[in-house]
Ligand binder design. Structure first.
Ligand code: SDX
Length: 430
């Protein structure tokens, strides 16, 4: 990595800051010594101009609409590979050989069962509990059931905990869904691939055989690939920060799930579908476009806009194609939600407000239509996002733990509160 110098003067202190250059993408100005040299902090709420770490995992070019996992374009991985191959790539940095892939699939498959007392853990929830609430709780609870893989200083335990989470997320997600609809849990089947296993655990019932639709399984597996990782987004940064204190991996991933739930982040797929349902018909679109542009109205077009992509989210293009594939397979010729979504996108992408602010559809705009058509309730959409993103969180967490320069994350602040003052007795407070 090459380096240059940037010069900065703060009050009367002139400092030389090292500029570091990566493989591709923006360079960084190393400010780690700035406070010691000048007594001043930098200020960047929302981290719009801040790099929190070095990483080799995922690269995004927001202007070009490029997304690479370990250097491979998302379009090629989604087209040619499967989700577990992407998991291997994100975790180990290279595409697996046939033997490595077979071994990885075998190991993941044989960790898909959860401790049977998890069933009793679920009984504590109300039946109408939001599945994301159940996921935050049950993934955090894994550290109680699998305490033998929580010592983060032991690479072997880190690997076991990682495999356990990748393998068990589909089982827990399916249990959250089954619990919410009052149906019995379905155990994983070792002769099924990862995504087919998940579909069967969600939709099979004891009263009849369940046959996985290979077109739907392939489509959902591709959707998982699209959601697997995305650089230092809010939930990944949450996982890294939680991990920097030495918290166990299950607790860190539970923290990531909690952050992902927000409607500005992973909760947007659920919010986007609800928005399309509220709009209802194309003739009502102009009213909602006007609301989205109205500064006094908190309404936003859910599934639109992105902190990094100032061009079309490459995942949204693949998502849109997958939506048509799934609707065709299911014989859904005329989906009113899709009609609204396509019309809304066409109107928004010609509107000056959206063009000027570079607001394009993101991955969450079309995913809800696809998942609803597959039979998932809206409340499960973010659970599926969390299922897929678990491998990205783990890869990023592992990279942080293995970084010899890693320290606990502890940002500072610009204090604008009261200066020091003496205690006032109740009698003197007026
Ligand atoms: C994900 O970071 C990641 O990588 C996330 C993710 C991942 O894979 O991990 O890609 C997944 O979270 C995708 C984003 C899903 N969220 C939504 O679809 C919710 C709707 N989108 C917005 O809330 C918003 O666009 C964000 C949160 C996604 C991005 O917010 P930013 O970067 O902080 O941008 P901003 O809120 O400062 O908006 C910039 C301007 C504002 O107008 P001004 O104040 O400058 O006049 O654009 C406007 C906003 O009002 N704006 C929108 C809008 N999004 C931004 N106006 C209408 N509708 C929108 N959707």
């Amino acid at each position: 990595m090459s380096a240059d110098i940037a010069k900065l003067t703060v009050d009367d202190k002139a400092v030389d800051l090292t500029v570091k250059h990566g493989t591709i993408g923006p360079s960084v100005v190393d400010i780690s010594k700035l406070y010691a040299q000048t007594g001043a902090f930098t200020y960047d709420p929302g981290f719009t101009s801040t790099a929190s770490c070095e990483s080799k995992i995922t690269y995004i070019d927001g202007d070009q609409g490029i997304l690479l996992y370990r250097g491979y374009p998302i379009e090629q991985l989604a087209e040619h590979g499967d989700f577990l191959e992407t998991c291997y790539l994100l975790l180990y940095g290279e595409l697996p050989t046939a033997a490595q892939k077979a071994d990885f699939d075998y190991r993941v498959t044989r960790h898909t069962m959860v401790h049977d007392q998890m069933n009793r853990f679920f009984q504590g929830f109300r039946r109408d509990a939001h599945p994301m609430a159940i996921m935050v709780a049950s993934v955090g609870a894994l550290s109680a059931f699998y305490h033998d893989s929580t010592d983060i200083s032991d690479p072997q335990q880190r690997m076991i905990a990682s495999m356990r989470m990748i393998a068990k997320m589909p089982t827990l997600a399916a249990m959250a869904y089954k619990y919410s609809v009052g149906q019995p849990f379905v155990y994983p089947q070792n002769d099924l691939d990862y995504t087919s296993n998940f579909l069967r655990m969600c939709f099979a019932v004891p009263c009849e055989d369940y046959k996985v639709n290979p077109v739907l399984s392939r489509a959902l597996d591709r959707i998982f690939i699209l959601h697997a990782d995305h650089e230092q987004n809010a939930s990944t940064s949450t996982v890294r920060l939680a991990g920097s204190s030495g918290a166990n991996p299950f607790a860190c991933i539970a923290a990531g799930i909690a952050c992902l739930w927000g409607p500005a982040h992973g909760g947007a797929n659920e919010a986007a579908l609800k928005m399309l349902e509220e709009i209802g018909t194309p003739d009502r679109i102009p009213h909602y476009i006007a609301r989205a542009k109205d500064k006094n109205d908190p309404f936003r077009l859910m599934g639109f806009g992105h902190r990094v992509y100032k061009n079309y989210d490459p995942r949204a293009r693949i998502m849109q194609k997958t939506t048509h594939e799934v609707l065709n397979e299911l014989g859904i010729k005329d989906d009113p939600l899709l009609d609204v979504a396509v019309e809304l996108e066409q109107i928004a992408l010609k509107d000056e407000y959206f063009l000027e602010k570079k607001l394009y559809p993101n991955i969450d705009f079309y995913s809800g239509i696809t998942l609803k058509a597959m039979g998932f309730p809206t409340s499960m959409f973010t659970v599926l996002f969390a299922l897929a993103r678990t491998v990205g969180w783990i890869a990023q967490w592992s990279e942080m733990i293995e970084d010899p320069s890693q320290r606990i994350g502890r940002p500072r602040q610009l204090y604008v509160g009261a200066p020091q003052r003496d205690y006032a007795t109740v009698a003197s407070r007026g």
